[in-house]
Design a protein. Structure first.
Length: 544
């Protein structure tokens, strides 16, 4: 187990740390662990190593945790590693990381767990303002996880912001059961690294500091009380707790959760959940909001609006397989995707991004969406649509500047037309050669010149050919973007599903462009031409 200081500094995923981005290329990374093919190193801790793996048969993405080779000869550590797998296997809850398997490999022992896209609660606290309502919702989800653990006789013993992940869709996952134990057992032996395995001092209950091997459920509740305090405060506490800084309705709850003596604390996390829920649903919540809550709620609402601008349900078009994947940066960006089915049997896909960031970018893209949906009722021809859209945007300088792409797919003609304005790029990988080709046109971004002329690309597209669209720019310090896409597209099997291909590219991009992704999102839209089934009924015109 890492020291407390190491735990405090630990990052959750490699693309959130510039230093960790170099971990994905060492030559000593194993190629295979059990049934899993290893893609890269995620994290190197004091007593274990985390890899990103893909099941060779199912293609499922997993986090592979292996015991550090130097501890293989220590029976106590081996036993604890096996115990962690046993404890995770006992659980089945949406707020707890899932176990996929465990066993032996040539390098020792491994545990295969759910791979979670997201960031730690610690990173969330440091990066985003969190409203009081959202903070309490997160707390309740963590408490549900604890309730499930306690029902199975498990004490986590290391609950802290680093061990709670916030997924990309806002979910909550409790992880890291390295020092968890069953209530009915007592540990024997010490930590062979020379430091006692006790947890993280700031979040430990007083009784855990005194006797870490003899704690019960109230110890976890104490840790959750500290996390609740920090979430509501909006920053890390660094061990300094002042209950008076909390909303009045929470002071009594937190005071009870943080009592020094366990017998004076909540004995059951269900009672803690009941009190927090009652406060969350009370009129006092509105009265006692933090001073910055309005800003926090605006930020949260903008994130929700940003998600609306990308359809959650992709169209099911005959003869096409479509999949969308994205990695969100720290900042809010205005990005827009939309899909249109036309009466002549062709399909249109538009992709736009505002040059403005934050709220302005989201608002600008929302206006762009309205313009595009109006224009597609008049014309589906790429150049006509782009020219009309550009004039609408430049007619009012408040609209801003946009990178924009329009892909018109014509299945009956086995072809497509593509026009891009700005930095949007499209890659085609023909089934015949499996050699990726970049399709881009040197058009000016929309909103700069109202009299700009635009050109497009016409290309054939046969069964088995795949397309990948992306809007992303890497920094000079990172791998060349074009070289990256050529490499990763060729690494994928020609007959691989679009979903697996996009997910694989997305994972590799997160590692290759860790620095850029700190501030700018990456989106990937994959399409595969399939053999179309015969259908005599003409499609109706509609827009999503």
């Amino acid at each position: 187990m890492a020291t407390a200081d190491e735990f405090q500094k630990r990052k959750t995923l490699p693309w959130q740390s510039k230093e960790l981005s170099n971990f994905c290329v060492p030559s000593d990374i194993p190629k295979i662990i059990g049934p899993y093919k290893i893609e890269c190193l995620l994290e190197k801790g004091g007593m274990s190593i985390l890899y990103l793996g893909v099941h060779q048969t199912t293609g499922d993405v997993t986090t592979i945790k292996v015991l550090s080779p130097k501890f293989i000869s220590h029976p106590e550590v081996v036993q604890r590693f096996l115990k962690e797998a046993e404890i995770i296997a006992m659980t089945d809850h949406p707020n707890i990381v899932k176990l996929y398997g465990h066993g032996e490999w040539e390098g020792g022992l491994y545990i295969a767990m759910e791979f979670i896209q997201g960031k730690s609660l610690r990173q969330t606290l440091l990066q985003w303002p969190i409203s009081l309502k959202r903070a309490l919702e997160i707390v309740i989800n963590i408490a549900y996880a604890l309730c499930h653990l306690h029902t199975h006789g498990v004490i986590h013993r290391d609950l802290k912001p680093e061990n709670v992940l916030i997924t990309e869709n806002g979910g909550v996952k409790v992880i890291d059961f390295g020092i968890a134990q069953l209530l009915t057992e007592k540990s024997s032996g010490g930590d062979p690294s020379g430091q006692k395995i006790i947890g993280t001092p700031i979040y430990m209950s007083p009784e855990q500091r005194d006797n870490p091997e003899s704690v019960s459920y109230p110890s976890d509740i104490y840790s959750l009380g500290i996390i609740t305090y920090e979430l509501v405060l909006g920053r890390l506490s660094h061990g300094m707790i002042h209950i008076a800084l909390m909303p009045k309705g929470l002071q009594k709850i937190l005071s009870k959760a943080l009592q020094p003596r366990p017998q004076d604390r909540y004995h059951d996390v269900v009672d803690f959940i009941s009190d927090i829920t009652a406060y969350l649903n009370s009129t006092n919540l509105e009265k006692e909001k933090k001073a910055g809550d309005q800003l926090s709620e605006i930020s949260e609402n903008l994130c929700n609006i940003q998600d609306i601008l990308i359809p959650s349900t992709l169209p099911e078009w005959p003869g096409l397989e479509i999949y969308f994947g994205s990695a969100k940066g720290v900042n809010i960006f205005g990005i827009y995707y939309d899909f249109f089915q036309f009466a002549d049997g062709s399909y249109g896909i538009v992709m736009g991004e505002s040059s403005a960031n934050g709220a302005e970018g989201v608002i600008c893209v929302a206006m762009l969406r309205g313009m595009v949906q109006t224009l597609t009722q008049r014309t589906q021809k790429p150049i006509e649509l782009i020219e009309a859209l550009n004039k609408l945007i430049t007619s009012d300088k408040k609209n801003g500047v946009f990178t924009f792409s329009y892909l018109l797919i014509k299945p009956k003609e086995n072809s497509f037309e593509y026009i891009s304005c700005g930095q949007n790029n499209l890659w085609i990988t023909p089934i015949a050669t499996n050699i990726p080709q970049k399709l881009s046109v040197d058009n000016v971004a929309l909103g700069i010149d109202k009299d700009a002329k635009f050109s497009k690309i016409d290309s054939s597209w046969t069964v088995g050919d795949s397309l990948l669209h992306t809007s992303f720019a890497a920094t000079d310090q990172e791998e060349n973007l074009d070289e990256f896409f050529v490499r990763v597209l060729q690494e994928n099997e020609p007959n691989q599903s679009v979903k697996k291909k996009v997910d694989s590219i997305l994972r590799k991009a997160k590692n290759a462009f860790a620095t850029s992704l700190q501030s700018k999102p990456l989106s990937l839209l994959g399409l595969l031409r399939l053999q179309e089934k015969k259908d005599d009924s003409p499609p109706d015109q509609s827009a999503s």
